[in-house]
Design a protein around this ligand. Structure first.
Ligand code: FNR
Length: 367
């Protein structure tokens, strides 16, 4: 179907399911074991209601903001997802090109199909574009130091260290289908190959990830990251959010990896509420982002009302990439339009006007 007939993230998803290869679909859409966290990620947003304020002069809405001090047109970013070359040969390069629209920040996975330098140069336009690196720490620490050096040389602006996938979750749809065409990451060098357990791409490509990573490694990560800000991606409790403050990182992504790591781990929205209840001071010390199940502008707005600086969008951008850079730009426009409508309906003109009083979270207040 032509791009202009696609009006929401679910349209992109339905078309991807019909058109990408069965293996690609299994890798993208799958999540850990019974898919409970994945489903709950979306449901959590659906259970939060608005408390809209009226008569606020809502002729327009301004969605611009800053993430780690970098300008962006929208309070959402492209979450790091591996092997984008599986859906579109240009993969992360096309994603970068599409991200120019509204100056969306792209986070480049350690398991990218294309080299970082190629991705960054595809995205360059008249406007300066911001890219961050997602880091899986390698058992060979020297390789991680080299990766950070080359990311810096390519102009990447921050490092998102993923801490919830030191081993891959049991993604059964992905395990059951054999890898037909082996895929290789130009960044990490990881190659998919079937083994006695099955063909799970996430698992096979994560074999180099250092399972011993712990809080005491943060000084080392800082030493190799130099002046790049550090964000921990995959925080799932208020206690760990507090530790992140103690260890002096600049941000955290509350995430359960799209439900792909440990099934029945909490949706990020629950963790966000838990931090408000137990350690609200965390919000004064670092930036908090969330991801998982965000499919509507209303979802984005709810996260911002609860103190998130921005949110990550994972699978929807993969499904949009099926249409190349234009699909990516179209998805951004859809989410931005939905967010603007939500802001205006709630009586908010710019993102400095969001606050918890605009939503009712009673149905998901578990703590
Ligand atoms: C991911 N995610 C991920 N995260 C990460 O830190 N490094 C990675 O390489 C990947 N790879 C990856 C591949 C695929 C196919 C998916 C779907 C996800 C997780 C991703 O960054 C994000 O946390 C979730 O995708 C967010 O949930 P939604 O938006 O997909 O529901």
């Amino acid at each position: 179907p032509p791009l202009n007939t696609i009006i929401n993230t679910f349209d992109f998803e339905a078309i991807a399911e019909r058109t990408v290869t069965p293996k690609t679909w299994a890798f993208y859409s799958s999540a850990a074991t019974d898919l409970l966290s994945m489903k709950l990620n979306k449901k959590a947003f659906d259970q939060v209601l608005f408390r809209p304020r009226v008569m606020r002069n809502n002729e327009s809405a301004d969605t611009r903001t800053k993430i780690l001090g970098f300008d962006t047109g929208v309070p959402f970013f492209i979450a790091p997802t591996a092997m984008q070359g599986m859906v579109n040969l240009d993969g992360e390069k096309a994603m970068a090109k599409g991200a120019r629209e509204e100056n969306v920040i792209q986070i480049i996975s350690t398991n990218s199909s294309h080299p970082i330098a190629d991705i960054v140069s595809s995205g360059k336009g008249p406007q300066k574009q911001t890219h961050f690196l997602q880091l899986y720490v390698n058992t060979d620490r020297q390789k991680t130091a080299q990766l950070l050096a080359s990311a810096k040389a390519c102009g990447l602006r921050a490092v998102f260290v993923t801490v919830d996938a030191h081993l891959a979750g049991k993604r059964e749809a992905d395990e059951r289908l054999k890898v037909d065409v082996p895929v290789k990451s130009a960044v990490s060098g990881a190659i998919s190959h079937n083994d006695e357990k099955g063909g799970g791409i996430g698992r096979l490509m994560g074999l180099y990830v250092d399972r011993t990573l712990n809080w005491e490694d943060i000084p080392w990560i800082k030493s190799v990251a130099g002046d790049l800000p550090i964000v921990l991606k995959g925080i799932q409790t208020a206690a760990d959010a507090k530790l992140a403050v103690k260890y002096g990182v600049q941000g955290i992504v509350l995430s359960n990896h799209g439900g792909r790591s440990l099934d029945t781990s909490p949706p990020a929205l629950y963790t966000l509420l838990e931090i408000h209840k137990i350690y609200p001071e965390v919000f004064n010390s670092l930036e908090v982002y969330i991801d998982g199940g965000i499919r509507r502008g209303t979802d984005i707005f709810k996260a911002l009302c609860l103190g998130a600086t921005a949110v990550g969008i994972g699978r929807p951008y993969l499904y949009a990439l099926n249409y190349g850079a234009e699909g990516v730009a179209h998805l951004t426009q859809i989410l931005k339009d939905e967010l603007e409508t939500t802001m205006r309906m709630c009586g908010v003109r710019d993102l400095s006007g969001v606050h918890p009083g605009l939503i009712n979270t009673r149905k998901i207040d578990a703590f």
